[in-house]
Ligand binder design. Structure first.
Ligand code: ZN
Ligand code: ZN
Ligand code: ZN
Length: 143
């Protein structure tokens, strides 16, 4: 398949996989699609007052299980949830503006293979996110 950069529709993916399409799920999915920088659970609840807190959390869990959502730890803040394309990837998170990018760091994968002898056990998964000052956020005081 060629990489068609079409707008991915979260609910279509869920439907494809046999998940029930409910109104709160659609509302949460739409909001996530509008937030490429990600959103905290708290902010989701605030933006969708008609959807109960418990439903928001349950839905986030379901989206995570469905592998269409990434949970990102922010430095010192609440985790943010972000709709991500499918497939294994890592993230870079700007510590200044919060911009998130997906990256496929193949060298990270080979590094992990290379150090597998030093890892006490069989690695079955990993999460590596990088915290950066993105190119739009030059460090203060450099000039
Ligand atoms: Zn992601
Ligand atoms: Zn930035
Ligand atoms: Zn990886």
């Amino acid at each position: 398949m060629m990489a068609m950069k079409q707008r991915v529709n979260l609910m279509a993916i869920l439907g494809e996989r046999g998940y029930r399409v409910t109104v709160p799920r659609i509302m949460i999915a739409r909001l996530l699609e509008q937030k490429p920088e990600g959103i905290t659970a708290q902010a989701l609840c605030e933006e969708l007052p008609s959807v109960g807190r418990a439903t928001v959390f349950r839905t986030l869990k379901l989206f995570l299980e469905a592998d269409i959502l990434c949970k990102l730890d922010t430095m010192g803040g609440s985790p943010i949830y972000r709709f991500c394309e499918r497939g294994h990837h890592h993230h870079s998170v700007c510590t200044m503006c919060g911009a998130v990018e997906e990256l496929r760091a193949t060298k990270v994968e080979s590094l992990l293979r290379a150090i597998s002898d030093e890892i006490p056990g069989q690695v079955v998964g990993h999460r590596i996110d990088l915290y950066v000052d993105c190119k739009n956020c030059p460090r203060n005081g450099k000039d």
